[in-house]
Ligand binder design. Sequence first.
Ligand SMILES: NC(=O)c1ccc[n+]([C@@H]2O[C@H](COP(=O)([O-])OP(=O)(O)OC[C@H]3O[C@@H](n4cnc5c(N)ncnc54)[C@H](O)[C@@H]3O)[C@@H](O)[C@H]2O)c1
Length: 376
Amino acid sequence: MEKQARRTNKPEITPINRTIRIGYVGGGFLAQNAHLGNFSSLPQCHLVALAERRPHLAEKVALHFGIDKTYPDHLSLARDPEIDAVAVSADYAGQGEIAADLLRTGKHVFMEKPMAVSTRQAERILDAANEGNTRLMVGYMKRYDTGNRRIRDLIRQWQQDRGKGKLLYIRCHGFCGNWIAGLDTSGLIRTDESVGAIAAEELLPDWLPADGRRGYVGYLQQYTHQVNLLRFLLDAQSADDVLVTNVDLSADGYTGLVTLQIKGVRCVIESASTKFHGWDENLHVFFEGGWIRSTPGLLFSRPSTNDIEIYESGENGGIHYPATSVNQSWHYRAEAEHFLQCLQTGAEFDSPGSDALIDVGIFETIYQKFIHSSKK
Ligand SMILES: NC(=O)c1ccc[n+]([C@@H]2O[C@H](COP(=O)([O-])OP(=O)(O)OC[C@H]3O[C@@H](n4cnc5c(N)ncnc54)[C@H](O)[C@@H]3O)[C@@H](O)[C@H]2O)c1
C-alpha cells in the first residue's frame, strides 16, 4: 500500500509556471515524423537540445528542427541544467532505461510506449522518478484522440441512461498493416551510422522463455495501445479492475483473440499482422439499447479523423453520425500539449507512468497464459 502511494503522481511537485525548456532523446523515425515537429512549434515550450547516438544524424536533425545544442547520449543531456523536461523515443526496451536515468537526475519525462518490457523494469523506472522527485508521462496518443475522448464521454452518458440498458461488450479490432500509410517519408533524414540497441534480455520477465521473446515484444509493442485505451474508456485505474479471461493466440504469439473483463465489462482484442495497405482498426461498443462504433483515421493524418457511428434503438432511433466526430487536433500533438500543460499547472497526466505499469502487468499475464496454453 505504501509502495502504491509512492508511485502515484506527486502533487507536491512544483509546477513550472513559465515556458518549459525541453530536451529530446532519439532523433529517429518517430521523433522526425511526430514529436520534434510538435515540441519545436508548441508555444508552451522551447526545444533546446537533442541527444542522439548517431552524431551525423544528430547534426542534421538538429539543423532541420532549429535545435541549438546536441549531445552524444542521454546522460550528457541529463547534465544540462537548462533543461526542465525531456521527451524520449528510442528502442523499445532501452527507452525505459533512458527515462529512468533522466527521472533520477531531476528531469520530468515524456516517453514513448511501451514504458517497460516487464513490471520489474517499470517499477525501477517509477522508483527513479521517486528518487528524482520527477514525473513521467507515457505517450499513449490514443488517450488524446478527440474521437476516443468523445466515445469515453458517450459510454459514461449511456451508463447513466436507463434506456440504454447494460453495457454488453466492447470489441477492439486492431489488424496491423502498413502503419505509415499516407505518410510522405521522402524527407526523412537518414545516415548510414549504425548503433546497436540495448540488450533487452535482462529487462524481459524472468519467466519468459527465449523462444517466446519475439512474440511477446511484438504483441506488447502494438497491443499495449488497445489495452490502455480500453482501460481509459472504462475508467479502469487499478490492476484489480482487469481480469484476463481468455487468451487464444496462434503459434506466432500475435494473431488471435484476447478476452478481458474490464470493470466487469467483457472486452475482446482482435490482433493480426496483415499485408493491408493501412492499419485496420475499429472499436465497437455494444449496449442493450444501441452501439457506438469508431474507425480511426490514419496514424499520421493531420488532423486525423475518427469517424463515429451511433446506433440507438427505440421508436425514434436509427444510425447517426455526431458532428464532433472529426478531430480538432492531431493525437501526437495533443499528447505533447497535455504533457506541457500538466507540467505548467501541476495537473495529473491522463497517462502517467504509474498507470502504464498496470498495462505492463496485464501483458505479463496475457503472455503467461499464452505460454501455458501452448505447452498443453
Ligand atoms: N506511439 C506510436 O504510435 C509509436 C509509433 C512508432 C514507434 N513508437 C515507439 O517509438 C520508439 C522509437 O521508434 P523509432 O521508429 O523512432 O526508432 P528509431 O530507431 O528510428 O529511433 C530511435 C533513435 O534513438 C537513438 N538512441 C537510442 N539510444 C539513445 C541514447 N541513449 N541517447 C541518444 N539517442 C539514442 C538511436 O540512435 C535512434 O536514432 C519505439 O520504442 C517505438 O515503440 C511509437
